[in-house]
Write a protein that binds this ligand. Structure first.
Ligand SMILES: Cc1cc2nc3c(=O)[nH]c(=O)nc-3n(C[C@H](O)[C@H](O)[C@H](O)COP(=O)(O)OP(=O)(O)OC[C@H]3O[C@@H](n4cnc5c(N)ncnc54)[C@H](O)[C@@H]3O)c2cc1C
Length: 473
């Protein structure tokens, strides 16, 4: 079956890649694209996308079987997508909550999956070391903070869900004082702490990984957008100037996959946006604390995520930028003035010490949300297609698990990870337009209102509003 992209934006012009994120700007190298694919080629495995998913898959395939011919086709440059733009968390977070995982798949499977996520965080650190990737990997720990009394019950419920899975040593509650000993955030009433999290320099990690893949014998073509692919008897990835025939295709384009009509309803592309301060003075840091550089978020529905960079800046990210009709993904959506302004204001509310500090960078990017929020890691030998996607903004460590899982599936290894509930998971499709747009916008706005109401009144969300019920799939 032949499947093609529809949108012109799948074509690649020359771009100033450094301006897509602070991370790409400080990747420590000129972002000169690798050669493009010119003409036909044969391979064993052809990968669409040089982000974490595509590159980890290529990496493990080649580690397991050095003679394998692996070719990666990237539409822009390695790390162009979310992998080169994210919030720097390499964490165990999973889009489906621990309680919901247990409800859907049972306690044992939920526990296995969470433990595999802890393992993925460690595994990224291991590879960074053996491959000498200067990714600034730092075991920082993770704090989900209750800002205001309304967020405390939700946090306690999450803690209880971890405890029910026997993970109480891995996730523990901190009271307000213990929280502020780590980081001083206004109105923080407590936090859920886990040591299983690291921060990384994502662009250095993804680009270092690309070089590791090449060292192992893989080939990466850049500025080679795949315009269509063929599955079944003669699988191949097709670009404007060439094609790669291979036994197996790996579709690792996350949110961008929605540009293929057949995949459009598999994921909802949602934009996550980030603002970044200048490096802060010692005086400001003395007020804020945060020596442990933990990854920090609050317990709002309208996700926020923070990290402290190695060079002493605060990164403040959040969702809330509007969904675009037809699941459109375009560079111009990476920046959204009102959302970036809100993030800057919120950062100052969290940290009054930021008054007068400069925000030097603002960027964003698309992430893929499946209908049931459960990532998929799948391989179908009949069609020759493997794919991993749908991380809902928690894909840095998860993509490592995807890479190992897809490699095991493709190479036929019966390992514990190929029995996780993510494997061959098929989420329900998103609704067709205009329902998708109406629903997504309604839920986005509704959840924001629920969060604001909870903060104003100190009352926790009821979980019963229409937006909350719709968001629960
Ligand atoms: C602003 C932001 C902040 C985030 N923060 C965090 C965080 O702190 N922690 C966390 O765990 N996760 C975070 N995420 C999510 C995480 O970054 C992603 O889940 C992860 O990077 C996904 O990796 P990927 O390789 O699957 O996709 P991507 O990194 O998006 O890579 C897909 C690649 O495929 C290429 N591609 C697409 N279509 C084609 C085509 N037709 N032909 C060829 N190439 C193509 C793209 O150019 C791109 O390079 C964030 C995401 C965003 C956008």
């Amino acid at each position: 079956m032949a499947i093609g992209v529809e949108e012109k934006s799948a074509r690649s012009e020359s771009k100033d890649y450094a301006r897509y994120s602070f991370w790409l700007e400080t990747a420590g190298e000129e972002l000169v694209p690798r050669p493009s694919l010119e003409g036909p080629m044969e391979a064993d495995v052809a990968v669409l996308g040089a982000g974490f998913t595509g590159l980890w898959t290529a990496y493990y395939l080649l580690c397991n079987e050095p003679s394998l011919r692996v070719v990666v086709l990237e539409g822009e440059i390695s790390g162009f997508g979310a992998s080169g733009r994210n919030g720097a968390w390499c964490g165990p977070g999973f889009p489906v909550t621990p309680g919901e995982l247990a409800r859907r798949y049972g306690q044992e499977a939920a526990r296995e999956l969470i433990l595999e996520m802890h393992n993925a965080v460690r595994e990224v650190g291991r590879v960074v070391e053996v491959e000498a990737i200067d990714a600034r990997y730092f075991r920082s720990g993770l704090m989900r903070v209750a800002r205001g009394s309304s967020q405390l019950p939700g946090l306690q419920a999450t803690h209880e869900a971890y405890r029910a899975l026997g993970l109480e040593d891995d996730y523990r509650m901190l009271n307000a004082e213990e929280t502020s000993r780590r980081v001083r955030i206004t109105d923080a009433r407590g936090a859920l702490y886990s040591p299983h999290c690291a921060t990384v320099h994502p662009a250095r990690l993804v680009r270092g990984l690309a070089r590791a893949v090449e060292r192992l014998g893989g080939t990466i073509f850049e500025r080679s957008p795949v315009t269509s692919y063929e599955t079944g008897g003669d699988p191949r990835l097709v670009t404007a100037r060439g094609e790669v025939r291979a036994r197996t295709l790996v579709l690792a384009g996350e949110a961008y996959l929605t540009r293929f009509r057949e995949l459009r309803r598999q994921l909802l592309p949602v934009y996550s946006l980030i603002v970044l301060t200048e490096p802060l003075s010692e005086t400001r840091w003395a007020e804020i604390g945060w020596e442990g550089r933990e990854c920090v978020s609050s317990n709002r529905y309208t996700v926020d995520y923070l990290s402290r960079t190695a060079d002493g800046r605060i990164l403040f990210g959040g969702r809330g930028a509007p969904y675009h009709f037809g699941s459109r993904v375009k560079d111009e959506y990476d920046r959204h003035g009102p959302t970036h302004d809100l993030l800057r204001r919120t950062a100052k509310e969290w940290f009054p010490a930021l008054e007068g500090a400069r925000f030097t960078h603002a960027w964003g990017g698309p992430l893929g949300v499946p209908r049931d929020w459960m990532p998929t890691m799948s391989y179908d030998p009949a069609s020759g297609v493997a794919t991993a996607r749908g991380y809902t903004g928690q894909g840095v460590a998860t993509a490592n698990l995807s890479g190992r899982t897809l490699a095991d599936l493709i190479q036929g290894r019966d390992t514990p990870i190929v029995r996780l509930p993510t494997v061959n998971h098929e989420p329900r499709l998103w609704e067709p337009e205009p329902l998708r747009w109406l629903g997504a916008r309604y839920v986005q706005r509704g959840l924001m209102k629920v969060d604001d109401h909870a903060e104003r009144t100190g009352e926790p969300p009821t979980g019963k509003t229409l937006a909350e019920r719709l968001a629960r799939h």
